[in-house]
Write a protein that binds this ligand. Structure first.
Ligand code: PLP
Length: 425
């Protein structure tokens, strides 16, 4: 039955058969038992599908992942131990030493460091670009060895909106896939595949979990990118894998090739698997995601409007505000709302900002975002402190920016808290 996304949140993925547990079972098992040696051998050859070791795959994870794939409108998905692992795998699955890729510079600080520093050590070069550049300007950064383009739907922490159609055209003009980190929007508010993205990643640690209990990540494949049409660029998918008796993923697994390769090679070798217990929490989080996202957006808009009206506030960025620079793009790509995260600055110097943050009573200072409880941080002195001022500038983060993640409390209480902290300034 074709259903709406709210129904999918509850009914996709695990579907119990007669007499089985109503809720997704946690397969808390490292290994799986088989009757015959031949069958086990066939699993190792990828000739049969099934489970053999939880470092690669686990049924609880796969059922939660298949719900997420259904919500995103993709063909296959996998859960990873963190959002960092998801973004690393998403790129490393198609890039190897000597390759190059292009990423928007307006991305999460952890991803920026992963791409710019750690992947460089593996011989993979990333060029960061200003996502506001025109197609013609973006084209100047493409090299013969460019293998993918990366961006975030709603940028963390700057709260800008990516122009998907421009980025998808850019990637596809160059025969490479567009990878989108959809963490802040979640599939409730944006489904990047509908706008041309090929692969979506998530830090499930954020809204999908929603309660701040488990670190995790996910990769979803749309199945739309034609790897074989760009055979020379993607030998990992389009030529035989000697570690699996010469299987060619794109030929043998078709639309499932990308996720199968990431599971068979990257999970096998790196083992960044999400624990089945955490996958259970992810599944639980997905069930209520549509209700929570609506309230996060409603609350954030009220808070943004309040902040905008305050003399002691220097500026507010929230794409739900009609005068925001990204309002038009948000209306196009995120019709139902963006997310609960906004950013703003208070007037004055760094000490004033710190005094303001320390005066808040409900909103807590935390290295977390997109949670049921309102939290905030100051990227320049917290998450992004490893970046130079120049890099901060490049990522569009002004030193006074406060990232404010609006939770599910009563909005009037949050506003009262902000008011008393502003009054103390
Ligand atoms: C938090 C975050 C990540 C990293 O996720 P972890 O689960 O913390 O590893 C990646 N991308 C975005 C947009 C994030 O907010």
């Amino acid at each position: 039955m074709d259903t709406q996304i709210e129904t999918k949140c509850l009914h996709e993925g695990y579907q119990p058969k007669n007499g089985e547990a109503r809720q997704l079972p946690i397969y808390q098992s490292t290994t799986f038992a088989y009757d015959s040696s031949d069958f086990m051998g066939a699993l190792f050859d990828l000739e049969e599908s099934g489970y053999f070791y939880t470092r690669l795959q686990n049924p609880t994870n796969d059922l939660a992942a298949s719900k997420l794939a259904a919500l995103e409108g993709g063909v296959a998905a996998m859960l990873t131990s963190s959002g960092q692992a998801a973004n690393f795998f998403a790129v490393f699955n198609i890039c190897e030493a000597g390759d190059h890729f292009i990423s928007s510079s307006s991305i999460y600080g952890g991803t920026y460091n992963l791409f710019g520093v750690t992947m460089a050590k593996l011989g993979i070069e990333c060029t960061f670009v200003d996502q506001e550049l025109s197609l013609e300007e973006l084209q100047k950064y493409v090299k013969p060895n460019t293998k993918c383009v990366f961006g975030e739907t709603i940028t963390n922490p700057t709260c800008t909106i990516l122009d998907f159609e421009k980025f998808a055209t850019f990637a596809h003009n160059n025969g490479v896939p567009l990878i989108i980190d959809n963490t802040f929007a979640t599939p409730i508010n944006c489904r990047p595949f509908e706008w041309g993205a090929d692969i979506v990643t998530h830090s499930t640690t954020k809204y999908i979990d929603g309660q701040g209990v488990s670190v995790g990540g996910a990769i979803v494949d749309s199945g739309n990118f034609d790897w074989m049409a760009h055979k020379d660029k993607f030998p990992g998918l389009c030529t035989p894998d000697e570690s699996y008796h010469g299987i060619t993923y794109a030929e043998k697994f078709g639309k499932g090739a990308y996720i199968t390769k990431a599971t068979a090679q990257l999970m096998r070798d790196f083992g960044c698997i999400q624990s089945p217990q955490n996958a259970f929490y992810i599944n639980l989080g997905l069930e209520t995601l549509h209700v929570r996202m609506e309230r996060h957006c409603e609350n954030a808009l009220k808070v943004a409007k309040f902040l905008e009206s305050q003399d002691k506030v220097a500026w507010v960025h929230y794409a739900g505000l009609e005068n925001d620079d990204y309002y038009e793009l948000a209306q196009k790509y995120l019709k139902n709302g963006t997310c609960g995260v906004l950013c703003f600055a208070v007037k004055g110097n760094r000490d004033d900002a710190i005094r303001f943050m320390d005066s808040l009573e409900l909103a807590t200072i935390a290295t977390h975002v997109a949670d049921a409880r309102t939290c905030l941080l100051h990227p320049a002195s917290h998450t992004h402190r490893q970046l130079t001022d120049e890099q901060l500038e490049e990522a569009g983060i002004s030193p006074d920016l406060i990232r404010f993640s609006v939770g599910l409390e009563n909005a009037d209480d949050l506003i009262a808290d902000l008011q008393q902290a502003l009054d103390k300034m």
